[in-house]
Write a protein that binds this ligand. Sequence first.
Ligand SMILES: Cc1cc2nc3c(=O)[nH]c(=O)nc-3n(C[C@H](O)[C@H](O)[C@H](O)COP(=O)(O)OP(=O)(O)OC[C@H]3O[C@@H](n4cnc5c(N)ncnc54)[C@H](O)[C@@H]3O)c2cc1C
Length: 422
Amino acid sequence: MKKDTIVVIGAGAAGLMAGIAAARQAPDLEVVVLDGATRLGAKILIAGGGRCNVTHCAVSERDFHGSTPAAIRRILRAFDVEATRAFFAAQGVTLKQEATGKLFPVSDKARDVLDALVGAARTAGVTLQHPQRVVGVHASDDGRFVVETSQGTRLPAGAVVLATGGRSVPKTGSDGAGYGLARDLGLPLTPRIFPALVPLRLPDGHLLRSLSGLSTEVRLVVASSTGRHLHAVTGSMLCTHQGLSGPAVLDVSRVWQAALADDPGTALLVSWLPDASPEDLDRRFQQHGARPMRRALSPPLPERLAEAVCQLAEVDPDQSAATLTRDARRRLVATATAWRAPVTGTRGFEVAEVTAGGVPLSALTGELEARHCRGLFVCGELCDVDGRIGGFNFQWAWASGTVAGRAAAARLTSGTKDPVSR
Ligand SMILES: Cc1cc2nc3c(=O)[nH]c(=O)nc-3n(C[C@H](O)[C@H](O)[C@H](O)COP(=O)(O)OP(=O)(O)OC[C@H]3O[C@@H](n4cnc5c(N)ncnc54)[C@H](O)[C@@H]3O)c2cc1C
């Protein structure tokens, strides 16, 4: 006979980890993980292009946005990259590090990561139930909870862990319902919840949309209306049939949106030649002689992109440098080093890799327990924590899930029946 029950809502990366941590720590507790999806782990399976970028060799609070760095650091330190490596190794999944610092399973199969988590959960005695969509969590004055599912089940619990993820790629099951559950339980949410690590749109018919599939190394700068550089990223940018994507664009998308909300004059500036200063480039163009201008940019740019950059500057790509007016040359220098991308918005939650905003860590203790409600824990993407591209979001899920799961177990095994402050 189990002593009490922990219900974890959501069997994604964070929820599975929370269930495993809780069951390992307190085998005499019943740990039930519920998920609304028919098939578990959709997001793990699509992650990293089906290879699942499990973590990064170096993870720190500086790789994240949202809640305060100190609060994020505390959780990351409780379950670090070495702990992640060791956890998966113990399940038979060795991680390999790539040149970028990203860690993947040696098999390059996301399925192995999901199987490892589900296997570890079953071995620890976790009960996985799905499809079981949670429609309500009721907290009573005696410090207990009742979790209600769309199938009409009512599960009593001594502790509840919310691990419902954010709103990105809702068809995976993370459709934002968790925010409603959190709000109904009295948890605060950030004023804005928006897509992050998301491709950006350019206007219909924009020249770069016709170059879909071309990618190049760029430097992207988010600049305020007064010209102050707020954030810069160097990396690969991909032209798509809708606008701009690629790692550098995904990484900059969050800061760009947040800055734009405060300052409508915010600009996204693209330096097509990240290593060249405007002065270098002006000199290079002046020395280019009778050759066509597109040749002054390609290489390093792919030829079609070099032509496009000339066209964006309203310079004929076939015109020779020698016949270029000073104004035209300066226009081309400005376009090549700080082109103001006419971004019309993002491609939204449908394709965003992560959600920015959520439950602020300030509303939770260092063990991720709600300050206002004993026995209620929050972890994963539902928290106001989002990382840059490279395995950081999963590391947050592993770490925060472990912290919340252990603390939920400790809450029910500590022997104290503290009156619940609600
Ligand atoms: C295309 C794509 C690729 C990505 N690649 C990477 C990568 O390679 N590396 C990386 O670090 N990050 C990556 N991410 C981000 C990463 O997948 C997420 O940050 C991480 O999965 C979040 O884990 P989570 O457990 O908090 O939420 P989720 O994984 O979203 O899990 C939440 C779970 O809760 C369930 N749920 C929601 N509401 C309810 C409810 N009411 N009742 C019951 N169940 C519910 C959902 O069905 C879901 O299974 C990627 C994301 C996407 C979309």
